[in-house]
Design a protein around this ligand. Sequence first.
Ligand code: UDX
Ligand code: UDX
Length: 456
Amino acid sequence: MIKICCIGAGYVGGPTMAMIAKKCPDVQVTVVDINEKRIAAWKSDTLPIYEPGLDAVVKEALGRNLFFSIDVDQAIRDADIVFVSVNTPTKTFGEGAGYASDLQYWELCARRIKEVSTSDKIIVEKSTLPVRTAEAMERVLHSGENAMHFEVLSNPEFLAEGTAIADLENPDRVLIGGHETPSGQKAVQTLVDIYATWISRERILTANVWSAELSKLTANAFLAQRVSSINAISALCEATEANVNEVSHAIGTDSRIGAKFLKASIGFGGSCFKKDILNLVYLCESYGLQVPADYWRQVVLMNEYQETRFVKNMLRNMFNTIAGKRLAVFGFAFKADTGDTRESPAIRVCRELAAERAKIVVTDPKAIENAKIEMPELIDQIEFEEDPYKAAKGAHAIALLTEWPEYKTLDYQRIYDSMSKPAFVFDGRNHLDHDALFEIGFEVYSIGKGLKSHLQ
Ligand code: UDX
Ligand code: UDX
């Protein structure tokens, strides 16, 4: 029986390992983490992350061939394959601060693996990492006295939160990078065989390690770039009376461009896009490639511009003062169907609204607890309210920041009646029926269309 250990029971490690365990009953999967609370939650009825469909997958395999544990050393020692899925945040200190990846947890894992192993192992990079991290890992793993052989593979994860289970069950592709040596190729084949249990062979791509590492950064950079591109056009639409939804639809039907990731928004968030692009910028710079570095940096700058532009539009349209005004923020998660708030555009929006001394009320169906953690400095200034009707009561404006489906079907007449007038809706996701809202009496601002007003 093949034994897998995964270090890191987060948004990536947890769902990915649960799916492998579900699909391969004859593979034993143990997920370990230094966070005891998180491990306990994985074993309980309330999983530590909200992900549609995840409960059933975990339930099916838990205790059969899926285990969660805090005994990191034992799980590593027993394993034939060790996946590493620990966090690799942007460095906040020293060389490369603000851009480079902080690899300290990664290196600690490598040292631990080397220290406790008593047999040869395949080490799989699951976390997103700078190109050539595998080389550094191999140096650590093979340093000093050690008879063991470790083969490092790169197997980046392309799942998106909110659709993780569908993405894992039926991925566009799985990518496995390995060295072009006999032992490298043998390790690649071992991992290919595991995925081939449920994924057709032509969707399992193999590559060299460096290509696999770079492909992950590139995929995220390209996706984020599409969002920044359409958001750049949204600003131009507002200035020219073009409608960004129409532009996006028109260009998206060009098969060379494609329809996905062209939805204008308040900006992209999530744990990966910004971190990975900044990492790409740093990599380019460290190879002396200044123009490519600046090119990618602009994608992030465009995103910050879009978030700030949204707040400026709120302020301008609300008569240049929001001090003391109650503003209801609908949605704090970085997108719908997740409770994750990492790098959510809502964070900057709330900070900037708070700086204008607005009275902010945040509502969200899944992310309120995480929202509280995101803004410790504003905890006294912001009210958190589960019920959107209560959040909107007495408010001057609603700022919709996450496209939760339930926000489409609220009773907006009831909400309008309970608000201060003139009542504004600022739709940061172009999610609501703007004509219907306008009919009710709202002043309606949407991305790429600007303000529709009764007041002129
Ligand atoms: C991961 C990677 O961090 C990221 O680089 C990649 O792009 C996506 O996958 P995610 O699963 O979302 O991200 O991270 P997170 O939810 O923070 O989980 C990481 C887990 O690793 C945490 O639970 C943390 O406690 C654990 N960890 C961290 C360890 O077990 N050991 C360590 O030394 C460090
Ligand atoms: C992303 C990648 O999609 C995934 O492959 C990778 O492994 C991790 O990073 P995730 O961060 O979960 O996944 O979310 P994603 O669906 O990509 O959305 C990222 C952000 O872009 C969200 O804030 C979303 O609202 C925004 N977005 C997306 C838009 O603003 N417009 C769009 O058209 C699409």
